[in-house]
Design a protein around this ligand. Structure first.
Ligand SMILES: [Zn+2]
Ligand SMILES: [Zn+2]
Length: 668
């Protein structure tokens, strides 16, 4: 008999061979039906796997969404593989994990069929639905390595056979069989799985695309066909996801950036943005806003060198840990001799900064600092370079040259919690100003590989936790969560994740308390006791980088930026050429009031002009004709469906727009 403890603390005695499914059934038929899997002493397990010892049991249902999705997606991957092998005999299976929104599976297609294409997907989807309708039980079996290799070789599954031979000895080797009987389809898998394919909703998945992928991710290996799908618990979730994808495509910052003439990228400067005048207006407004907020919060702004000697990067530890992401530059004058190599290869090396931290420590170290000087809040809109692979680059969201809204706060030990709390308040106000009502705060805890003692980590983690509590934000409303293992190797960190208008989450803000770098670079201050002490260094950012944040803003607002950030705030458009002089006068007066205005005096129909400026997301159109010119009025027409046109006196219109165009921190 085993003693099984349920979450409510009650204990059940069960006989050998009893499964979590049996316990669910004994509790009630409703739970038996709803149960998808079990947590046994915290580990996710199959519902039908018998208990092996006394244990704590929690039944997993669709309400445990994260677990339920992970299980369903893993099952969809198996069902996909089974369907493909049924429809396309000779296809070899390899691997198929769950992903963030679904699953994929890598296949080695038969030579007759060749790589899979999107045309194959509808038939595969239909076959997957048949497998789900058959409600095949997913049965776990423990096999020996010899059995596995034998089975795969007999079936001509060379990839699986190769993998089976390499599975670690210590591991129990399991397969999952879809249905009873010798011929039932099976895959080598650690599990766990849902009890049967019928637990999946046949309307809650969709195959989305096909791509190539190398076996084991190595380009010297065979090229496989990867089929991707998105998978959910029910049709409603799938529909919402597909809607989000469609919306995301409409809001793609690369598309809007072109339509609004904000920036471009080109291969001659991989991953570095060419900001056009209109795009740079957004940048300048955002930078000016941030500068005002930082000034008010007691930061000092600095500017540090782009190029620093490799020895400096060695000392800071970046040369060892981070060099593959750095652009290295020899410190020498290139040869102009046609016969000689341009670079000698013997010069000292320098590197473009990938981060600003060491340079800020060097400023801190100038002159003697006393405990009374702290905290020192050193900010830099720091332009950094990181050598990312070309394939990883994405519009202005993932680039190689970027500008961080970086700062380092040097504090005494006793100031950490207060500073972090104040940072939480500053960041909260800024996100709200920028139109983000919701964000989540997460505490990333110590990773396996780390510097420093356990006491140091206990303390550092507790301080961040306490600071968020003191700021009143360690709550469900703020998505408060602790993420084991996800901290940096030298410090735990708080992460701030924005939720955008279509429900996507973006990590932008961060703060971490670091004692390692001050130590490595020998930064110190004189304490009240007259002795030298190490400051704690808080690395923190609110926007992350200007490039990515502007990308997020564009997608969040679908290009319809708040008036204070809009590159062009109004266009004055004429109905007839008689109004040209008046239109010019209106433009001058709006400019004098500090607004960014353009005129459109073209000989085009007004409806045509309205359509064009709407497409360019111009927030306000001021329409003027002969009558407006005579009466000194304008017809003000805000962007957007259902917006009413309103005739105002020119002075009224200017006053209204000027008030609306104030940055959020400049509003009365
Ligand atoms: Zn599996
Ligand atoms: Zn830093």
């Amino acid at each position: 008999m085993f003693r099984i403890t349920l979450p409510d603390g009650s204990v059940r005695e069960v006989a050998l061979g009893t499964t979590p499914a049996d316990v669910a059934a004994a509790i009630g038929p409703g739970l038996a039906k709803a149960a998808l899997a079990a947590r046994i002493d915290g580990d996710l397990r199959d519902l039908n796997r018998p208990f092996e010892r006394d244990a704590r049991l929690a039944l997993v249902t669709a309400k445990d969404e994260k677990d339920a999705l992970e299980l369903a997606r893993h099952d969809y991957a198996h069902v996909l593989a089974e369907a493909v092998q049924k429809l396309f005999p000779g296809t070899q299976i390899t691997f198929g994990p769950a992903t963030e929104d679904g699953f994929y599976y890598d296949f080695a297609p038969s030579p007759e069929h060749g790589p899979f294409t999107e045309e194959d997907l509808p038939a595969i989807e239909a076959e997957m639905r048949r497998i789900i309708a058959r409600d095949e039980p997913l049965i776990r079996e423990v096999w020996t390595r010899e059995q596995l290799i034998d089975r795969w070789q007999k079936q001509g599954e060379s990839f699986k056979a190769e993998w089976a031979a390499e599975l670690p000895d210590a591991e129990e080797l399991t397969v999952y069989r879809a249905g009873k009987g010798e011929d039932a389809w099976l895959d080598m898998c650690r599990g766990p799985h849902l009890a049967s394919t019928g637990k999946l909703d046949p309307q809650a998945f969709k195959l989305t695309r096909v791509s190539g992928a190398y076996w084991r991710g190595d380009q010297n290996n065979a090229m496989l066909s990867r089929i991707y799908g998105t998978g959910w618990l029910n049709k409603k979730q799938l529909d919402q996801h597909l809607f989000r994808l469609e919306e995301a495509a409409k809001r793609d910052h690369r598309k809007i950036g072109q339509e609004m003439d904000l920036f471009h990228l080109q291969p001659e400067a991989q991953g570095s943005v060419f900001w056009h005048p209109k795009g740079y207006v957004i940048w300048r407004q955002l930078e000016a806003y941030m500068r005002r907020k930082l000034d008010a919060a007691g930061y000092d702004e600095v500017k540090t060198p782009q190029l620093m000697d490799a020895r400096q990067w060695e000392q800071s530890g970046h040369w060892g840990k981070y060099r593959e992401n750095m652009f290295v530059v020899p410190d020498e004058i290139p040869s102009t001799d046609d016969d000689a190599p341009i670079l000698s290869g013997t010069a000292d090396l320098m590197a473009l900064k990938p981060m600003n931290c060491p340079a800020h420590v060097l400023i801190f170290k100038q002159g003697i600092k006393s405990y009374r000087d702290l905290p020192i809040r050193m900010a830099e809109f720091g332009c950094c370079h990181r050598n990312e692979p070309h394939g990883a680059l994405h519009g202005i969201m993932r680039v190689r040259q970027f500008t961080q809204d970086d700062a380092h706060i040097f504090v005494r030990e006793d100031q950490v919690i207060d500073e972090v709390r104040e940072f939480c308040d500053l960041l909260d106000g800024i996100y709200k100003d920028l139109g983000f009502e919701n964000y989540a705060i997460k505490l990333a805890l110590r990773p396996d590989k780390r510097f420093g003692s356990d006491e140091m980590w206990d303390k550092a983690e507790q301080e961040l936790r306490d600071a968020v509590k003191a700021a009143g934000r360690a709550t469900e409303a703020f998505g408060w969560e602790e993420l084991p293992g996800e901290g940096a190797f030298y410090a735990p960190k708080l992460e701030f994740h924005l939720t955008d208008a279509i429900g996507r989450s973006w990590q932008v803000g961060t703060i971490q308390a670091d004692t390692v770098l001050p130590e490595r670079l020998d930064a110190s201050y004189i304490g009240e006791d007259g002795a030298r002490h190490r400051p704690v260094m808080l690395h923190r950012a609110i926007l992350g980088t200007f490039e990515r944040f502007i990308g997020i803003l564009i997608e969040h607002h679908a290009g319809k930026l708040p008036l204070w950030l809009a590159p062009v705030q109004a266009v004055v458009a004429t109905i007839v050429s008689d109004a040209d002089d008046y239109a010019n006068e209106v433009v001058e007066k709006l400019k004098a009031a500090g607004l960014r205005v353009e005129s459109d005096l073209r000989n085009e129909k007004i409806n045509y002009k309205v359509r064009e400026h709407s497409l360019a997301k111009v927030p306000n159109l001021l329409v003027v004709g002969k009558r407006e010119a005579e009466e000194g009025t304008v017809a003000l027409r805000p962007l957007g469906e259902g917006a009413r046109q309103e005739v105002l006196s020119l002075d009224q219109a200017i006053a209204r727009l000027a008030a609306e165009a104030r940055a959020p921190d400049m509003k009365p």
